[in-house]
Design a protein around this ligand. Structure first.
Ligand code: NAD
Length: 480
């Protein structure tokens, strides 16, 4: 059997990870895991229950004083061993993500397995630094770990989203209970295989798989969880914030987006459109930062639409394990239906189909949606306002920079964005006017040490880098 197509193993897991051990769940209920490229069930995991959350939180609470008191250099050494154990599993991780999410193997290898290793490497260095102290008049201001963290993560980047919480939480001295997405739980199990191999102290990290309404709510509402760190939809983030508010617990929320890619008249259009289309289509459009609104100056609008259609035609849909595949399926039948519904509604609302759409050919099975470009999308229409989370690009014309900025900021979200111009100062000036947590100018690369998070309904707080570590701390002022 070709290594690239060999199924990752194992695909069925029976245990939770609590207090440093693989332990039996409190019930025999299970959750099936599907391969979205075929629709077949490929494995299963336990469906955790509130009693399992209680056990895991108690383990994390018991481990907290010891981990919080561990010297930074020692915590960094633990993270370094975790990095090595994870790196040794990179192929298995990539093939597992390809199997349970449907991400093409190349993307699964480079981004889904590769990016968390980069983030974790950065955190090893940050963990080694003692928490910064500041003198303010007669006060010494110190940072201390916030305590037990409940981490709830989505399916679209099933390892990255976990590492982006777990690594800074551990670096700050917190202990963690993780509930991964029930759609992609197998990748999290590989992380906990690495945790076991790395020999992290018992209870410092714990795994309880299960559904959102059962395990997720039990974790968010748990009286002994000090901070709930959540990535997922805005609707679920709102629910989690309500649950945490009952006991005034802290929340960190990384939510949805509807980001704008502003292409000014003097931009290198072929590059801006090609990179913009790639940004929307990567991971089948299931990326919270996707620049799903392409705003193009009217003078270049028709040219941009042609370039977008050509770019989309280069994306071949198919088996994630086929090296020729650039676009996999969506994660589930429900997600694919939702995305198709958005496209149908946009056409009914007056958008013009430029590429893809309901009649485009698709692989015979699996939850595929054709990459789709819609032009003349009204800035107030549902397609321009709602997160689609699929391979769908809305193109909107503008006449001048003020109008471009107004359209870009006409959103309840504010996660990411892009600006393109031959004049970098002009692009930077626009970047400063966008009400979002991240902006890339002329294709500026993702920086895993830069703060990541959103304005408005895209979330609360920041992940990654020093900002990400500080998210997991409390601030104390000591006067003398
Ligand atoms: P989701 O909100 O349905 O689920 C996310 C997680 O929350 C899952 O683990 C789920 O089981 C859990 N959950 C669901 N209901 C819950 C409840 N009532 N209480 C507690 N937990 C609950 O989101 P999803 O469909 O997995 O992910 C897609 C969404 O995530 C998109 O909207 C996307 O924009 C967003 N997202 C945001 C970021 C970011 O960093 N801003 C990153 C990735 C995804």
């Amino acid at each position: 059997m070709d290594l690239a197509t060999a199924p990752p193993a194992p695909l069925t897991r029976h245990h939770l990870h609590v207090a440093g051990d693989w332990v039996d769940p409190s019930s025999g209920d299970t959750i099936p895991v599907e391969n979205p490229a075929t629709g077949e069930t490929i494995g299963e995991v336990p469906a955790g229950a509130p009693a399992d959350v209680d056990r895991a939180v108690a383990a994390a609470r018991a481990a907290f004083p010891g981990w919080a008191a561990t010297a930074p250099a020692e915590r960094a050494a633990h993270l370094d061993r975790l990095h090595a154990a994870l790196a040794a599993r990179a192929d298995d991780i990539a093939r597992t993500v390809a199997s349970e999410l449907g991400a093409p193997l190349k993307l699964a290898t480079r981004v889904q397995a590769g990016l968390p290793l980069i983030v974790l490497r950065g955190m090893v260095e940050l963990a080694a630094r003692p928490a910064a102290e500041q003198v303010v008049g007669n006060s010494v201001v110190v940072r201390e770990p916030v305590g037990v963290v409940g981490a709830i993560t989505p399916w679209n980047y099933p390892l990255h989203q976990v590492v982006a919480k777990l690594a800074p939480a551990l670096a700050a001295g917190c202990t963690v209970v993780l509930k991964p997405s029930e759609l992609t739980p197998l990748t999290a199990y590989l992380l906990f295989d690495a945790v076991t191999e790395a020999g992290l102290p018992p209870g410092v990290v714990n795994l309880v798989p299960g559904t959102g309404p059962v395990v997720g709510e039990a974790l968010a509402a748990h009286p002994d969880v000090d901070l709930v760190s959540f990535t997922g939809s805005t609707a679920t983030g709102r629910r989690i914030a309500h649950l945490a508010a009952d006991r005034i617990a802290r929340v960190a929320l990384e939510l949805g987006g509807k980001s704008a890619n502003v292409i000014l008249a003097d931009a290198d259009l072929p590059t801006a459109v090609k990179v913009g289309v790639g940004n929307v289509l990567v991971n089948s459009g299931q990326t919270c930062t996707a620049w799903t609104r392409m705003l193009v100056h009217r003078d270049r609008y028709d040219e941009a639409l042609e370039l977008a259609a050509t770019a989309v035609a280069g994306y071949r849909l198919g088996d994630p394990f086929d090296p020729a595949t650039r676009l996999g399926p969506l994660v589930s039948a429900a997600q694919a239906d939702r995305v198709r519904g958005h496209v149908d509604r946009a056409i009914a609302d007056g958008a013009r189909l430029v590429a893809g759409g309901p009649a485009a050919p698709l692989p015979p099975r699996g939850h595929f949606v054709a990459p789709t470009v819609l032009a003349d999308v009204h800035p107030d229409s549902a397609l321009a306002q709602e997160e689609v989370f699929g391979p769908v690009l809305a193109v909107i014309p503008f006449t001048d920079t003020d109008e471009a900025v107004a359209i870009a900021n006409n959103s309840r979200y504010g996660l990411a964005g892009a600006v393109w111009s031959a004049d970098e100062d002009a692009a930077l000036a626009v970047a400063r006017r966008l009400r979002t947590g991240q902006v890339d100018v002329n294709g500026g690369a993702f920086n895993p040490l830069a703060p990541f998070g959103g304005y408005r309904q895209s979330g609360l707080g920041r992940e990654l880098g020093t900002y990400g570590v500080e998210e997991f701390t409390e601030v104390k002022a000591i006067q003398r």
